[in-house]
Design a protein around this ligand. Sequence first.
Ligand code: FES
Ligand code: FES
Length: 164
Amino acid sequence: MRIKLDINGLKREVEVEPRTTLLDCLRDTLGLTGAHAGCEHGVCGACTVLFDGVAVRSCLMFAVQAQGSAITTIEGVTPGPGELSPVQDAFCETHGMQCGFCTPAMILTAHALLANNPNPTRAEIVEAISGNICRCTGYAQIVEAIALAAERMRGANRPKDAHP
Ligand code: FES
Ligand code: FES
């Protein structure tokens, strides 16, 4: 089947089999390998992408289901070449990653959370990432990273003459 996808703001046309998962389409057909293949049956969250802004497991979706929706992968969150998003920056600063396998998914999950809740409590951050497994168990730093990113993003949106 020939399908049209909107990936990271670009229109892409690809040939897939009806049974091709969105994860395989992203990785094997489009070369977007930031979505990781972990368990491939919906448990680990490593394959997370944003589907119309909602964090979803791309191993549980068929590529054909993505027609007409906006898909964002980790390759699409940077503001420009060589730059990092505030969330990526915070992960670097707080050592929110070790081996990095879970990191793209954690960062996309954080983007989805902060888009809807700019001032999450620690419990809300923990809840948001509860579907993503970090095999290195670096959860404390990941939560710290998301809290730091939230604080900075709120600050960036504050009017210049506002009091802290
Ligand atoms: S690879 Fe999709 S949830 Fe594990
Ligand atoms: S940093 Fe290694 S799996 Fe999370």
